[in-house]
Design a protein. Structure first.
Length: 366
């Protein structure tokens, strides 16, 4: 072999010796990719249970007192999500109560042996620190909630029936109402609206709105023409009030622009800006026409047919006719005939009126 071959073999042997030495000196490193951290230093996660000191630094401890909150007393001011609780009195199980009762009964029935002294139980030494903690918990309340006030996201995972709604969602809704937070709840079953909707509106003064996608007619609505109708009614009552008419036109333009060009000015559409401007002008004109010429809705008037009333109430048409006649005779409602465009009669218009004088109901009436 020539000299170049020996040099090549020497270089290969030196490289192999270097790799072997590196693998033996650092057993945690691989040959293909040298890691910046040793195995076990976070590669498989560093999650663990928080220590009491970390819990005290991270979360706010708030006494959980819904009964006092609903009376307007001691309302919390720290807004956030309840992620846990501390304190609380341990409830005695039925088995423990029965065991303790049976033991006392057996001690009473057991006769003392002659000549045997009854041993007195030694009093247990109570720790002063433990007594202070129990006293403090008793003074502060049974349960104290751990509230996270940071801007975080929380994911609750659990099987059906484990108590996600009862033990996590309901306390958070109660706390949100107590500290004055506005929130949106997705309620597929309707339990939240039935159980906590009334509590939020009755005790905390919340305005609860329900959007029912299965039955849209049962949803709470919002009339976008409220401001236009208000100022247009003022302008109709006083034609010289040009300021009210100008405000109605202003809000109509804002509504049209929000619907047609929600991203901003229509000039960004280039050659198509003309069509967007025309659409805004047309929608503004339609809104102003509706606000000015459509009469206000009278909630005390309706025009259902006799058959419709009978079907909704589950009564016979004759019973409905007698009841309407009795209400009209007692001046609780007034009836007016309505005509179609061809002159034929349609269902009557009924309007509620204030009762002038109470009269006895007619025979066979309600």
């Amino acid at each position: 072999m020539n000299r170049d071959t020996w040099i090549f073999l020497a270089l290969c042997g030196g490289l192999l010796a270097f790799l072997l030495a590196a693998s033996f000196l650092s057993k945690s490193y691989s040959l293909d990719h040298i890691k910046s951290k040793t195995v076990g230093d976070g590669q498989h996660g560093t999650a663990r249970w928080a220590t009491p000191k970390e819990i005290g630094k991270t979360y706010h401890t708030v006494p959980f007192r819904p009964r006092r909150w609903r009376k307007g007393k001691e309302l919390p001011t720290e807004q956030g999500i309840i992620l846990g609780s501390v304190g609380g009195r341990k409830r005695k199980s039925k088995a423990g109560i029965l065991r303790k009762t049976s033991r006392k009964l057996l001690e009473k029935l057991r006769r003392p042996v002659a000549g045997q002294r009854k041993r007195k139980p030694k009093p247990k030494k109570k720790s002063k620190a433990l007594s202070k903690v129990r006293k403090m918990i008793g003074e502060q309340g049974d349960i104290r909630a751990l509230v996270d006030s940071d801007d975080i996201h929380c994911l609750m995972i659990g099987a059906s029936g484990v108590g996600k709604t009862e033990f996590f969602l309901y306390p958070n809704l109660e706390y949100a109402c107590a500290c004055g937070m506005s929130y949106l709840a997705l309620d597929t079953k309707g339990d939240l609206a039935r159980n906590y909707g009334a509590i939020a509106s009755r005790y905390y003064g919340y305005r609860v709105s329900v959007i029912d996608l299965r039955n849209p007619t049962r949803s709470d609505g919002f009339n976008f023409l409220t401001l236009m109708n208000h100022y247009m009614d003022i302008a109709r009552a006083d034609p010289s009030n040009l300021a009210a008419r100008a405000k109605a036109e202003k809000y109509a333009k804002i509504l049209a622009k929000t619907i047609i060009s929600p991203d901003g000015d229509a000039s960004q559409y280039g050659d198509n800006a003309y069509f967007y401007d025309s659409a805004e002008g047309l929608l503004t004109a339609v809104v102003l026409l509706l606000a000015e010429f459509v009469p206000p809705k009278d909630s005390s008037a309706c025009w259902p047919g006799i058959k419709t009333i009978a079907r909704e109430l589950g009564l016979s048409p004759r019973t409905v006719q007698r009841a309407l006649a009795d209400l009209e005779r007692r001046q609780l409602i007034e009836k007016r005939q309505r005509h179609r465009a061809n002159g034929s009669l349609t269902s009557n218009l009924y309007r509620l009126t204030a009762a002038k004088k109470s009269q006895p109901p007619a025979k066979g009436g309600l």
